[in-house]
Design a protein around this ligand. Structure first.
Ligand SMILES: [Zn+2]
Length: 416
């Protein structure tokens, strides 16, 4: 192993060293992942997970381990022995309110809580990368900050949490972070492969609540009241005209209403209807246009029926934008680390990812790690009770994360 002479990237010897170390610690990574999987915790309740993470980081000799960031977050620092920038690697730690149905020997021991989004794997992979990087500390030009983040799935009602709170509580400061990398497992992508997209990779998520108010009446005499049910039906339909008639057809927009609540009776028209739903977009300007047209459509459709509509249009998370310059460099790193035939572009996802908050503050690059393997039944979608992943992909995730950090620091050391 040598220090790096070229400005381009950490050399082949570094890659070999990372690969060797990753091979050595692969059993640890699988063991960590199974332990987290058996003990899943909901958003903002990741007490045990955070405790295990902090213990392991201290045991492997990470320089600085800060706990209780954004409730149960852990922020740790590996200081390289040579000067340079600070790069961050992020993993999320929370699980979902789902009853597991995988039948795995290490299945969830907590009723109605399951790691169905793979955050157990993300946390184990980042611990693995930490162990590799600690072993290579003498040669690292700069520092690597590790962000173990709670509540990616969204904090419980009335609580704050997730990436936003991590940033508020200084996760990107002291030392300031120059770039950040993150990954998500993907059961649609073959194990052994990774994929990425420049620009909008995961959707901006807006959370919608509409309350339509009219005047209660007898179901047989609607003219004596003002019917919010018929008004709501028109609103729901009219909203679908926004993507179809108002927004550039080449830009993806999804508007979904998932809750329609009217507490009348078969012969009573209620005075209120509540609608809950979500808007997804992949471009900040389109997001703004949709919001504007949404308000106009709801208000004026409600008014046409003599009702009033109150709208709560909640910003749940921005579009995840991969930085083009950082991304171009990162893709080269991934190609060298795991072979260019295993690195491909992907279509955007209309799901949200709160990594987007970091990527607004500092150049960020997020990618998918394939975990699909039909032979072991690893084919089910994220957020389903049958979701399993191919653990053979975990060392690949470790290698990718460690190499992204090393290559970034090596690349940016020469230019300073
Ligand atoms: Zn997730």
């Amino acid at each position: 192993m040598s220090t790096i002479g070229q400005a381009s990237a950490a050399g082949a010897e570094w890659r070999e060293e990372v690969q060797r170390l990753t091979g050595q610690i692969a059993p640890d990574v699988v063991q960590w992942r199974r332990d987290f999987h058996a003990h899943p915790e909901l958003s903002n309740r990741e007490e045990r997970t955070a405790r295990v993470v902090a213990e392991q980081l201290r045991a492997m000799g990470v320089d600085d381990v800060r706990t209780d960031v954004a409730r149960h977050g852990v922020v740790a620092l590996i200081r390289g022995r040579r000067p340079g920038r600070t790069v961050a690697l992020r993993a999320d730690m929370d699980a979902l309110p789902i009853e597991e149905e995988t039948g795995l020997p290490f299945a969830s021991q907590n009723a109605r809580v399951m790691h169905a989004c793979g955050h157990d794997a993300h946390t184990a992979i980042l611990l693995g990368a930490a162990k590799v990087l600690v072993a290579m500390r003498e040669h690292i030009p700069g520092s690597v900050k590790l962000l173990f983040q709670p509540a990616e799935e969204g904090p419980p009602a009335g609580e704050e949490g997730g990436a936003k709170l991590m940033i508020q509580e200084g996760a990107l400061e002291n030392p300031p972070v120059a770039a950040i990398f993150g990954l998500h497992i993907n059961p649609e992508l073959e194990s052994g492969k990774v994929s990425y997209r420049f620009g909008g990779m995961m959707a901006a998520v807006d959370r919608i609540r509409i309350v339509v108010t009219g005047k209660q009446s007898h179901g047989g005499m609607p003219w004596q009241g003002v019917d919010p049910v018929v008004a709501s039906a028109h609103i729901i339909t009219a909203l679908q005209a926004i993507p179809a008639r108002h927004i550039d057809a080449r830009q993806p927009v999804v508007i979904s209403i998932g809750v329609v609540r009217a507490e009348g009776a078969w012969n009573i028209i209620p005075d209120q209807v509540e609608l809950l739903g979500t808007v997804r977009t992949l471009d900040p300007e389109i997001r703004r246009q949709v919001a504007e047209q949404f308000h106009r459509t709801v208000r004026q459709t409600a008014a046409a029926h003599g009702t009033k509509a109150e709208i709560a249009y909640g910003d749940y998370g921005p579009v995840l934008l991969n930085d083009a310059t950082l991304g171009a460099q990162a893709v080269k790193t991934l190609q060298r680390a795991i072979g260019s035939e295993n690195v491909g572009e992907t279509r955007p996802l209309m799901g949200g990812e709160d990594f987007a908050h970091y990527a607004l503050k500092t150049p960020g690059f997020f990618f998918f790690l394939g975990v699909r393997n039909e032979q072991i039944g690893a084919v089910h979608a994220l957020h389903t009770p049958q979701m399993v992943l191919d653990e053979a992909a975990l060392p690949l995730g470790v290698r990718a994360m460690a190499m992204l950090a090393l290559d970034y620091l090596a690349h940016n050391q020469a230019s300073e």
